[in-house]
Design a protein around this ligand. Structure first.
Ligand SMILES: Cc1ncc(COP(=O)(O)O)c(C=O)c1O
Length: 379
């Protein structure tokens, strides 16, 4: 059987990884400034992570959500402490799309409405409602297109109020800093405006923190820069440092009842220990402070490169915008300089999503390579 061919692949076969480095089957070392798409938060194969998951699987790796699982409760407690989202409750699932799917479904259960408002260049995942709320017609199948979704421009509070006042919108979903779309972020006036309008019209405000959460921006959640209280916060990616896990944080104004949501695998023993370990390491090793510190250093270096026209994002969720498509540059960085970076819907944007453990020496390595690669390509 061959594999269903949906991914364009680089000719690299990683077989092992350590902190910010990946090693291929020929022993070649690559610097990972992509984190497998913003997933690696505490570094590849962190010793505490390896130890805790190994010990846990030797004891019990999985049982369904019909039994007591104290690791989930410990995880919820630690998450409250680090995120400072004090009153929220936690529902665990397996991925970012699933987190958003549950968030949208819960919003609709809660206020009995069914339309979704999302924003231009959004990406919320590939499941039913999540993909319908994603601004990319190519990945929306007819079965998804039956969802009622309106896509607005970032910053457009006037049309947002017009839509909400019709009283049929269950949720407004937004990435505070867009990921795949290209690192765009609107103003505090806009995010605070959404918060107010959602409260006024009994609509749920969903903050999609799948990519920007878990310390990536230097704050636990990107939305915390603003004075807003989302009804639901969706999480995944950095949460498990590679272990597939997602979840939603739910404000107490939304009430739980048996059977409202459910999952077989979500929050299993292995997923929970992976996530708990990520939180412990984030705190112990002050990785959010590191994200802020290295971000500043990175931006200072980027300002010295004249081909870079714009620096976008926050913390270690960054984008370098050029006035040419970056596909060739990205390939050159991988094949000739052994550095992984990311792309975006905006074809001129090189995305930087390293482990939060990254150090100045790695940033220096990147900028030396970037300058040489730009020179090689005559940019
Ligand atoms: C902001 C955002 N939401 C949701 C998702 C979907 O997550 P997953 O691929 O885990 O389903 C992604 C993935 O890139 C994302 O960046």
């Amino acid at each position: 059987m061959s594999l269903f061919n949906v991914y364009p692949l680089f000719e690299v076969t990683p077989v092992r990884a350590k902190d910010a480095f990946i090693y291929d089957d020929k022993g070649k070392e690559y610097l990972d400034l992509y984190g497998g798409h913003a997933v690696i938060s505490i570094g590849h194969s962190h010793p505490e992570y390896v130890k805790n998951i190994s010990e846990q699987v030797a004891k019990i790796g999985f049982y369904s959500n019909s039994i007591q699982n104290p690791i989930q409760s410990e995880l919820a407690k630690k998450l409250t402490h680090l995120s400072n989202c004090k009153d929220y409750e936690l529902f665990l699932c397996n991925s970012g799309a699933e987190a958003n799917e549950n968030a949208l479904k819960l919003a609709s259960f809660h206020n009995k409405k069914k339309k979704i408002i999302a924003f231009k260049n959004s990406f919320h995942g590939r499941t039913s409602a999540a993909v319908a709320a994603t601004d990319n017609a190519k990945i929306i199948a007819p079965i998804n297109a039956q969802q009622e979704v309106e896509i607005l421009e970032l910053g457009d509070l006037i049309n947002l109020e017009k839509a909400l006042s019709k009283n049929d919108v269950c949720a407004v979903i937004i990435e505070c800093i867009q990921g795949v779309g290209g690192l765009d972020e609107s103003t505090s006036n806009f995010y605070e405006g959404i918060d107010k309008l959602c409260k006024k019209y009994n609509t749920c405000f969903i903050a999609d923190e799948v990519q920007s959460g878990f310390g990536r921006t230097g704050d636990f959640f990107a939305f915390q820069k603003y004075n807003i209280t989302p009804d639901i916060i969706s999480i995944a990616k950095g949460m498990g440092n590679g272990f597939p896990v997602g979840g939603i944080l739910i404000h107490p104004n939304i009430k739980a009842s048996f059977g409202l949501l459910g999952t077989t695998f979500g929050g299993n023993h292995l997923a929970s220990i992976a996530c708990l370990t990520v939180l412990n390491v984030l705190e112990k090793d002050s990785l959010m402070d590191n994200a802020k510190y290295i971000s500043k250093y990175f931006i200072d270096q980027a300002n010295e490169v004249h081909q870079i026209k714009n620096i976008k994002g926050r913390g270690l969720m960054l984008g370098l915008e050029f006035d040419f498509p970056i596909a060739q540059l990205r390939k050159k960085l991988i094949y000739d300089y052994q550095i992984f970076t990311g792309s975006a819907k905006n074809q001129n944007l090189l995305r930087i999503l390293p482990p939060l453990t990254i150090k100045k020496e790695h940033i220096n390595q990147f900028f030396n390579a970037l300058n040489s690669a730009l020179n090689d390509l005559n940019y």
